[in-house]
Write a protein that binds this ligand. Structure first.
Ligand code: CA
Length: 231
């Protein structure tokens, strides 16, 4: 496998060094940028496989960097933010970021996120246009509007099925409450977010009812949900 090229955008040199050292010792290639404008330029020139993007940059906001990059590329973007920046995180995901890491983070966490992005890269390179989605024991037949867990069919309401399909089609990616409610209900009022929570709880119960069942749906408190690739 060829080494993935990661663009590291971070103005704090100690964090940048931690990240680049981790990348170097784990078989990634990298380039760095210390502000938003040079990040956009580097993304355009080098076409990296993955961007690790700090949100608090000295010139323009990280969210603006995402918006600019998304005008021409779907390259995976992982946002790095301080714990106090939850709203920025949501704005970043809504602008098209794929995932986020909260500072301070561990090397293990960074590597885990990068592995998820690598899988997303493969998925983008080899788009699965088949009508059937498989993830561990979960199988969704989009054309027949049926979902199965192992051999048994899941009895889902139309909204639960829509939610499940949306998560599956974006497997590995964190979807914000707003993104989900807009796609499922066509709006994003506060009471949609409240009902989303209820629908998600019942959907999850149906997916994970056996003892020791795998977790398919991750909750990101205050942010949204992600379907995890389990195999
Ligand atoms: Ca910063």
């Amino acid at each position: 496998m060829t080494k993935n090229l990661v663009l590291v955008v971070e103005d704090d040199s100690s964090v940048r060094n931690l990240i680049t050292t981790t990348l170097k010792t784990n078989d990634y290639k990298y380039i760095t940028a210390e502000n938003g404008m040079s990040a956009i330029a580097a993304a355009a020139t080098h076409n990296p496989d993955i961007i690790l993007l700090d949100l608090g940059l000295p010139d323009i906001d990280g969210v603006q960097v995402i918006e600019r990059v998304r005008t021409w590329s779907e390259m995976p973007i992982v946002v790095i933010s301080a714990r106090s920046e939850d709203n920025d995180k949501i704005a970043a995901l809504d602008a098209g970021a794929d995932d986020y890491i909260t500072k301070p983070f561990s090397v293990a966490e960074l590597l885990a996120r990068l592995r998820v992005m690598r899988r997303r890269l493969n998925a983008v390179a080899n788009p699965d246009r088949s009508a059937v989605f498989v993830n561990g024991n979960l199988r969704i037949d989009f054309s027949a509007s049926c979902a199965y867990l192992g051999d048994s069919e899941l009895h889902l309401t139309p909204i639960e099925f829509k939610l499940l399909c949306l998560l599956a089609k974006n497997v590995g990616k964190v979807l914000t409450h707003t993104y989900i409610t807009q796609n499922v209900w066509g709006s994003s009022w506060d009471n949609d977010v409240a009902s989303l929570r209820v629908y998600m709880a019942t959907l999850r119960k149906k997916l994970e009812n056996e003892q020791g069942a795998q977790e398919y749906i991750q909750t990101h408190v205050g942010i949204g949900y992600r379907m995890v690739k389990v195999d």
